[in-house]
Design a protein around this ligand. Structure first.
Ligand code: SF4
Length: 478
């Protein structure tokens, strides 16, 4: 008999077919972004559980609590409660740990539904559940020295909300058990065909193998109605769609697909370049955010910049390019980083970033933390230009697959520069690497990790310079 755990049940709630594939054909289940997201939630949960245990161990009734309590039922349900309390009347309380800063009661991340699953399984295993708590984080907590679990954790009693969901959740569990028993399902397609790319999970391609590489899912800002029409007429390839069927914003991607060549709007590119002022400062930040803050002064989940890379291009024919970098080696707030930037970024000239809203959000947050640096940081914001912008409609290549991410644009325009084989190759890797770095003693392991982190961030700004040069040359020729 296949078991149904809480994680399985959550996956079933998202999508029944994907759970069936995972359980019946695990070797064919490709784990990607969707699985990484679930893994991140699980890992953060473990961290908070440790604080809960530390907190409860100091209470007068500490001996009443157990951790990782397992419940099994004859019908194949399996649950592991983060914490349980044995009450004097023979009942138990269940404590579900979450890394969020409030209880989520609806939508895809409905935590009360998780708790309801736990209660149903615990009672199916013969326990009487008196109360259920969701233990989440206090979003106002500011770390000051060692984590104060008493201040960090918030206990929300969701017993009444859970009771309201029992009947619906029981029906859903029955449907999930029935699905697991099915030896086969229709694997020839899945319902996300009628949903935009952002809704597709890791196994969309498995269930829809005939969807061409350049498909309707590459069109930006797709409305439900338009997508529905294309799906209803079974037209998935961009070569099956006519120009008068798409919006102005979608047209460049479609034209690039039809032409099998880049679509260039010289006016858009030239307008963008008309605002560029030398010297140009290409800037990229890396930030760290965690459920339980690791830096004094930080709140749960607040992003703190810990690294930046800067390439400076003094003039159009500057091939030398000055490079400056900073990486905090201790878990500290970013005052040193700001002062380091102040030494290297002058008062005049454009500041160029990719998807600059991210860098500017950090600038705004840092200005709030350090009012004395507000003038400098506001100056950066005012001078910032987003290199992603010209790729929205000014230069569109079907090789970008409808995306304007630098990870898609770079390999098409500057194929000799790439991130493959790097030990730190994404923002998430950089975050994890920094968490390790600040805990390492000085020595070769720390030096090696530091070098990988610097190499990654440097490539981010070098990639921007090379893409900028490509576009500038194109602009000069037109
Ligand atoms: S892409 Fe298919 S398998 Fe994945 S969530 Fe959507 S419907 Fe389910």
């Amino acid at each position: 008999m296949l078991q149904l755990s809480k994680t399985d049940f959550l996956q079933f709630s998202h999508c029944a077919k994907s759970l069936w594939l995972l359980k019946h054909k695990p070797a064919l289940y490709e784990h990607g972004i969707f699985s990484d997201y679930l893994q991140k939630i699980v890992t953060e949960g473990y961290e908070i559980e440790a604080y809960l245990e530390a907190h409860l161990s100091l209470q007068s009734d500490a001996d009443k609590y157990s951790y990782q309590t397992v419940f099994n039922t004859k019908e194949g349900l399996f649950a592991k409660a983060d914490c349980t309390r044995k009450n004097e009347d023979g009942t138990i309380n269940i404590y579900e740990v979450k890394s969020s800063t409030s209880v989520q009661m609806s939508g895809k991340k409905n935590q009360v539904k998780d708790a309801t699953f736990q209660k149903i399984v615990a009672e199916g295993a013969g326990f009487k559940v008196k109360k259920i708590f969701i233990v989440h984080l206090n979003g106002q907590y500011v770390r000051d020295g060692a984590i104060d679990a008493d201040q960090l954790l918030t206990f929300s009693d969701v017993t009444a909300e859970v009771d309201k969901l029992i009947s619906d959740t029981r029906s859903e569990i029955d449907a999930a058990l029935l699905l697991l028993e099915s030896a086969s399902i229709d694997e020839s397609s899945c319902s996300c065909l009628a949903l935009t790319k952002i809704n597709h999970c890791d196994v969309f391609d498995y269930f829809n193998p005939t969807i061409p590489k350049h498909s309707i899912y590459n069109l930006p800002r797709m409305s439900k109605k338009k997508l529905f029409n294309f799906v209803a007429t079974e037209r998935f390839g961009l070569d099956e769609i006519a120009l008068d069927e798409v919006t102005e914003k979608q047209a460049p991607v479609l034209r690039a697909a039809h032409l099998k060549a880049p679509v260039i709007d010289h006016e858009i590119i030239s307008t963008w370049f008309s605002r560029v002022e030398y010297p140009i400062y290409f800037v990229d930040y890396e930030t760290y955010a965690s459920a339980a803050p690791i830096i004094d002064g930080a709140r749960p989940h607040s992003p703190i910049p810990f690294q930046y890379s800067l390439h400076i291009k003094m003039s159009p024919d500057d091939e030398w390019l000055e490079h400056v970098e900073y990486l905090a080696e201790k878990a500290t707030m970013p005052i040193e980083l700001i002062e380091h930037m102040q030494k290297h970024i002058g008062d005049a000239g454009s500041v160029v970033s990719w998807h600059a809203a991210f860098e500017n959000t950090q600038n705004k947050n840092m200005a709030l933390m350090y009012p004395e640096k507000q003038k400098f940081l506001q100056g950066l914001i005012d001078r910032t230009m987003d290199l992603e912008d010209p790729f929205k409609e000014g230069y569109v290549d079907i090789q970008f697959q409808g995306s304007t991410s630098i990870k898609k644009v770079l390999p098409a325009l500057v194929p000799e520069l790439d991130y493959s084989g790097m030990k730190v190759a994404s923002g998430t890797d950089a975050m994890e690497a920094w968490h390790r770095l600040v805990g390492l003693p000085d020595g070769p392991a720390k030096d090696e990790l530091k070098a990988s982190m610097l190499e990654y961030c440097k490539l981010d700004t070098l990639a921007m310079v090379r893409i900028f040069n490509f576009l500038e040359e194109l602009n000069n020729r037109s």
